[in-house]
Ligand binder design. Structure first.
Ligand SMILES: Nc1ncnc2c1ncn2[C@@H]1O[C@H](COP(=O)(O)OP(=O)(O)O)[C@@H](O)[C@H]1O
Ligand SMILES: O=C(CO)[C@H](O)[C@H](O)COP(=O)(O)O
Length: 496
């Protein structure tokens, strides 16, 4: 019995256009090929009212569809998302979840929150699609650092979050690293590792370091101590020579450093219990991940040198595709490797987190509609959610500047959005001054990409074409890595 509400979009898949509650979950979605008929309830996500995109198969289309799907998961600042795509990069389903706030004494137990979110999102993937998922990859926030037991993978310390700073470790790190190296920032992964190392006298021999994405992927593939050269950049890994430099490898804690693979390369099959619990195929693999802003860059599909992606999430992260590598910790500038080119940029603490402190998403939408983006704001702020800035000013003691606050909230928001745009412009001018390829176009990812007025303000302030990326979700970029890792040439010898 066809479901009247289905609309075909694009030709090979359809979106349930009515809230779950309007449909009879017991209805069958008929398909005329090897997939047989699938109960609608098995395809729809359990979150009622959410748009669900699934692929309806028929013999004619199955060849195009190819029967393989790829799962990408993005663990951002405020929540996590997943996207499932096929060989033609078409989205078949997606979902998201805010992090549950598990408390451990008086602090959030982030490891438990991320682990719960991971398995809840896997549960959310429609069961009818899981048996086609060939590979999974995950991106996480950069420099989010975990010290875990080398045997059990259990955290030995609370995670150090991406924007935390450990200035006590900076003098020692600066004494071993080259001048202005990426690790010479209080928020670098190496500073967090050295901070932990100096805190603990005993029981260090069974400790290893992982990044957030590494640890989440370990929960799936079971191989402890594996990272990727994007996440490993801020602990000191050199992606140009594909190894840890001697000045780091000679340190007493070097044994804690993870092995490093290319993002998207296969790490191994899923653990049997994960495969069975969720109904993934026996040959489903986990692929090395990346950081959230690089996943957003991949999603935006900005493939030409000089193109850039600004991720307007909780933070403002810029990534410019450059032929030259630039690195200068004095300004929080570093370069990630992207195959044979460089993603030059950095991450500011300004961004959506400040907006969320002041306005709900609904208020943002309503107030933004009243802004005239062609009129410049006289208000001059430096919007930060708390003390401390990473880029384009690297100052852990920098104070937020959000006053004077005008009577009218439309003017206030206009001033904040324009001030963030000025920070973004300063970031791109700095990259050019430091020798990176000059930016000629900016695509936008993250939650802020939905704000058309902000895009117009940014276009005026930057003096460049600015647009919303076709794909604004970092999870789509992670799915592209999973797709890449599933290709035969990328696969490494696997255990089973
Ligand atoms: N209409 C809007 N205009 C500007 N920013 C917005 C709008 N709606 C949501 N946001 C911001 O987007 C951010 C969430 O973006 P997201 O990419 O999900 O963040 P993250 O991945 O860093 O958790 C929030 O901080 C929120 O303030
Ligand atoms: O701000 C952040 C969290 O969203 C991260 O710092 C962001 O991932 C930028 O780091 P990188 O440039 O290494 O990807």
């Amino acid at each position: 019995m066809p479901i009247a509400s289905l609309q075909w979009w694009p030709p090979h898949s359809f979106i349930i256009t009515q809230p779950y509650s309007n449909l009879n979950p017991g209805q069958y979605l008929w398909s005329r090929n090897s997939f047989g008929r699938t109960r609608l309830r098995d395809i729809l996500s359990r979150t009622s009212g959410r748009m669900v995109g699934v692929c309806a198969f028929d013999g004619r289309e199955q060849g195009e569809f190819g029967g393989k799907l790829y799962l990408g998961m993005d663990f951002g600042t405020s929540g996590a998302r997943y996207v499932v795509i096929d060989d033609l990069k078409r989205v078949h389903t997606e979902g998201k979840m805010e992090y549950p706030q598990f408390m451990n004494e008086n602090a959030v137990d982030w490891a438990s929150s991320w682990k719960t979110t991971l398995f809840s999102l896997l549960e959310d993937v429609p069961t009818g699609l899981r048996s086609f998922i060939s590979s999974i990859s995950i991106d996480g926030t950069s420099a989010t650092t975990m010290i875990v037991d080398s045997k059990t993978g259990e955290p030995l310390h609370r995670p150090f979050l991406y924007n935390e700073s450990c200035p006590d470790a900076l003098p020692l790190v600066k004494s071993i690293a080259p001048a202005n190296h990426t690790v010479c920032s209080g928020s670098s992964t190496l500073c967090k590792l050295v901070h932990w190392w100096n805190l603990h006298e005993s029981n260090k021999e069974s400790a290893i370091l992982l990044h957030q994405a590494d640890w989440l992927l370990w929960l799936l593939h079971g191989k402890l101590g594996v990272s990727d050269y994007n996440n490993a950049l801020k602990v000191g890994y050199d992606p140009e020579v594909d190894s840890y430099p001697k000045w780091l490898a000679s340190q007493p804690y070097a044994y804690m450093l993870p092995s490093v693979q290319a993002p998207g390369s296969s790490v191994g099959y899923l653990k049997e219990d994960v495969e069975v619990q969720f109904g993934f195929p026996k040959d489903c693999i986990a692929c090395a991940g990346t950081t959230d802003s690089i996943a957003a860059f991949l999603a935006a599909n900005a493939t030409e040198t000089g193109k850039a992606v600004t991720s307007l999430g909780s933070t403002l992260a810029v990534k410019l595709l450059s032929t030259t590598r630039v690195e200068d910790a004095r300004y929080g500038v570093y370069s990630h490797r992207l195959d044979h080119r460089w993603l030059v940029g950095g991450a500011s603490n300004t961004g959506g987190a400040v907006l969320r402190q002041l306005f709900t998403d609904e208020q943002l939408k309503g107030l933004s509609e009243k802004i005239n983006p062609m009129q410049s704001s006289p208000l001059d702020y430096y919007p930060l959610p708390a003390v401390g800035e990473r880029f384009p000013i690297a100052d852990p003691n920098m104070e937020p500047r959000l006053h004077p606050r005008p009577e009218c909230d439309v003017d206030y928001l206009h001033g904040i959005l324009e001030s963030i745009a000025r920070i973004e412009a300063r970031a791109y001018w700095l990259l050019k001054d430091l020798g990176a390829t000059e930016v000629d176009e900016v695509f936008t990812a993250g939650g802020g990409a939905k704000n058309e007025k902000w895009i117009k303000i940014r276009e005026r302030v930057l003096g460049l074409p600015v647009s919303r990326a076709i794909q604004t979700e970092a999870a789509f970029g992670a799915a592209l890595l999973a797709l890449k890792g599933a290709q035969p040439k990328s696969s490494l010898p696997l255990d089973r």
